[in-house]
Design a protein around this ligand. Structure first.
Ligand SMILES: [Zn+2]
Length: 325
């Protein structure tokens, strides 16, 4: 069924298109950059008929006959899902950070290895076996809304890339995903923030088999770097564009600082598993996906505290335990 097109010009030649997704607040924002009869796209929504139809109708409305580049901020399904429908042989060129590339196949194509790896990781972090079974399989459904594509360009960060008629700088901002990127346009102070800085939600920063080893510290460094640009307008992937980046970054940083303090308090004098800490922090949850995210986020905080030597981390083949240093 065709959805009503939500397309608006956010800067000259830059159009925000809002696409439906079945989680977050129900919408992901992608951006079309026009250049004569061609256009470039930042993020592409999920691989669903209504979402793709909206992209094609938007291109038509903008008079763009050809999609030239598809740039993705990271490989989560709402940002990357339709990549294989829009990029590849005879289609657009896919630009993606190189740390995202090795995550694609195990997550969306050959799932068995990752499912087993996640099950093991849940068990060593204290999740009861029956829940670990269900949680490790919860990823499977996501592969249905993703069609993968081969990258044409693998980015390191700091590249200058033409999007529409504008030159944008690739900003590697790991944390939410290892190869998450933002795009920055210094001329007008536009920051395309992906999931790095959202106006209402605190992006999930998790420690898990596909994350980098200390995602929270990386994330906070990236926040400071983006905030130092003092962009005039932040264009996030979820929620509405906003101007007060310093205030928003301050709020996100203090949220994480509070969390770190809370976790130290929860640990008290006892040694605990990540699962125990997550349950104490968030209480029991019904939604499976939320449970897994809560554990991963709790572990990212514990790991940051361990890196700072405020928490001790002890490991055996069967368990990971944390206690106050
Ligand atoms: Zn994401």
């Amino acid at each position: 069924m065709a959805i009503e097109l939500s397309l608006s010009e956010v800067a000259a030649g830059v159009f925000e298109l809002r696409l439906p997704i079945p989680f977050e607040d129900g919408l992901v924002n992608v951006f079309l950059f026009t250049d004569g009869a061609e256009a470039d796209l930042l993020d592409c929504g999920m691989n669903s008929e209504e979402s793709l139809d909206a992209i094609h109708r938007a291109l038509e409305q903008l008079g763009s006959r050809k999609l030239r580049r598809l740039m993705v901020t990271h490989i989560h399904p709402d940002h990357y899902g339709a990549a294989g429908m829009l990029a590849g042989d005879g289609l657009a060129d896919l630009y993606i950070h190189r740390l995202e590339v090795p995550l694609v196949h195990p997550r969306y194509v050959e799932l068995e290895h990752l499912v087993a790896e996640v099950r093991h990781y849940l068990l060593v972090n204290g999740v009861p076996p029956d829940e670990a079974e269900v949680l490790s399989n919860s990823q499977r459904s996501l592969s249905q809304v993703v069609k993968t594509a081969e990258p044409s360009v693998q980015l390191d960060g700091a590249e200058s890339v033409q999007m529409g008629s504008r030159q944008l700088r690739v900003e590697w901002t790991p944390g939410h995903s290892p190869g998450h990127i933002c795009l920055y346009e210094p001329a007008e102070g536009l920051l395309f923030a992906g999931d790095h800085i959202l106006p209402e939600l605190s992006p999930n920063i998790g420690l898990h088999p596909q994350s980098t080893p200390d995602p929270l510290h990386e994330y906070l460094l990236g926040l400071a770097r983006m905030s130092a640009y003092t962009p005039k307008l932040v264009l996030p992937a979820h929620g509405r564009p906003f101007t007060e980046v310093t205030a928003r970054v301050d709020a996100l940083v203090s949220h994480h600082r509070r969390r770190l303090d809370q976790i130290l308090e929860i640990l008290g004098r006892e040694e605990k598993s990540g699962w125990q800490v997550a349950l104490d922090l968030w209480g029991p949850r019904d939604n499976l996906y939320e449970k897994r995210l809560a554990l991963q986020e709790g572990l990212a905080h514990l790991q940051a505290l361990a890196v700072e030597a405020r928490v001790g981390k002890s490991v055996t083949p069967g368990s990971v335990r944390w206690r106050r240093a």
